[in-house]
Write a protein that binds this ligand. Structure first.
Ligand code: SAH
Ligand code: SF4
Length: 371
């Protein structure tokens, strides 16, 4: 037992992940003026400081006081993998031992960081590896922002560079359904977009959702980032089997939400993701129905070849089927690129993310309704 005169060590609070307002309020508690709080913000998110001692524009007594009460924690890297194609994947571990994956995909004109929003996912889409993970919890805003900061650390990108960045774009397409963790995702994205912070413009950020209709409106009004919809099927009976959330929010309701998404102009089109599953959703008539559905929506279509994972109950469509599908969508006036799978050798491609520490639930995984 602790004796009464031993001061108990209160855990130091992590300042990473607090909104600007919350950080200012935290600092005001012990008399730090707003402009100092702003300097602190700059150190954390522009300079990437991990240690208060490095914050030379703050007086030494203040630095000491901060260090006694707070930490600037990132998630720990428990494994880093590099693909032959340059893709990098980090398995990150949080304080409670849970893990998620973050992937960096370098391309000629950009570098995209694929960020996770939850440990696992409650939604069990039948073609997605993440949906087979048993444990699910929301990530805190610090755990979402922390993924970007870890990538910046690993890529040597501090202070936040103006040009020649390796992380130019962010996609919320890792593990989890971001609109099921809206508050924390929103706080994190505001930090990521802050021009005095991580400074990645909303035009370079894309949030992908399996179709949480009521939250799409809020996301548009408050964040106005680019939207991607995991459509994957053009008829409710098929989509019900692929994306079970469709039973709650069917295709018509989902497309209505897209039509009223505030930034759905031609310059900022909504991306419709469509995973190509052999014999399930990949026929020419599916493609023709797809273009009918999209009428009136500024849209582009992203065809994703199905990425297999051990025990997956689907096969990827043939190259010829994908090409034929893409041609039909393209002829109707929509761009329809086929997403080149990246990082397949390190299980970093779409739908392959799942921390290595978790085993597949064999029985449940195979209990997928037949096509
Ligand atoms: N939960 C969100 C975001 C993460 S998934 C969503 O579903 O939109 C990112 C994309 O990868 C989604 O379009 C998802 O449907 C797709 N995906 C999942 N598993 C896949 C797989 N095995 N092969 C190809 N794409 C997959
Ligand atoms: Fe969750 Fe998206 Fe995977 Fe569906 S596709 S299980 S919503 S992560």
């Amino acid at each position: 037992m602790q004796s009464e005169d031993t001061p108990s060590e209160a855990p130091r609070r992590n300042l990473v992940g607090l909104s600007r307002e919350a950080l200012a309020a935290e600092m005001a508690k012990f008399g730090v003026e707003p402009f100092r709080a702003r300097q602190l913000w700059h150190w954390i998110y522009h300079r990437g400081a991990t240690d208060f001692a490095a914050m030379t524009s703050l007086a030494k007594p203040l630095r000491d006081k901060l260090a006694a009460q707070y930490v600037l924690n990132r998630p720990a890297i428990s494994r880093a993998l590099n693909s032959v194609d340059g893709t990098r994947k980090w398995l990150l571990r949080f304080a409670d031992g849970e893990e998620v994956e973050t992937v960096h995909i370098p391309e000629e004109d950009r570098g995209t960081l694929c960020v996770s929003s939850q440990v696992g996912c409650t939604l069990t889409c039948s073609f997605c590896h993440t949906g087979t993970q048993r444990l699910v919890r929301n990530l805190g805003s610090e755990e979402i922002v922390g993924q970007v900061m870890v990538a910046r650390d690993a890529l040597g990108e501090w202070p936040s560079p103006q040009d020649d960045r390796q992380v130019t774009n962010i996609v919320l397409m890792g593990m989890g359904e971001p609109l099921y963790n809206y508050e924390n995702v929103a706080t994190a994205l505001k930090i990521i977009m802050d021009p005095e912070g991580l400074s990645i413009s909303r035009r370079k950020i894309t949030l992908s959702t399996s179709g949480v209709v009521p939250m799409i409106r809020r996301c548009g009004a408050e964040l106005a980032v680019n939207l991607a919809i995991s459509l994957h099927a053009v008829r409710d009976d098929i989509r019900d089997r692929l994306v079970p959330l469709n039973r709650k929010y069917p295709i018509a309701a989902l497309l209505d939400a897209c039509r009223s998404y505030p930034r759905a102009t031609n310059a900022r089109r909504i991306t419709f993701e469509y995973v190509m599953l052999k014999g399930i959703n990949d026929s020419p008539s599916d493609a023709r129905e797809l273009v009918q559905l999209l009428v009136g929506i500024p849209a582009k279509v992203n065809l994703i070849p199905f990425n297999p994972w051990p025990g997956a109950p689907f096969e990827c469509s043939s190259d010829a089927a994908i090409k034929a599908f893409s041609d039909i969508v393209f002829a109707a006036g929509y761009s329809a690129p086929v997403r080149t799978p990246r990082g397949r050798d390190i299980l970093a491609a779409c739908g392959q993310l799942k921390s290595a520490s978790v085993r597949l639930r064999r029985g449940e995984r195979l209990a997928v309704p037949a096509a």
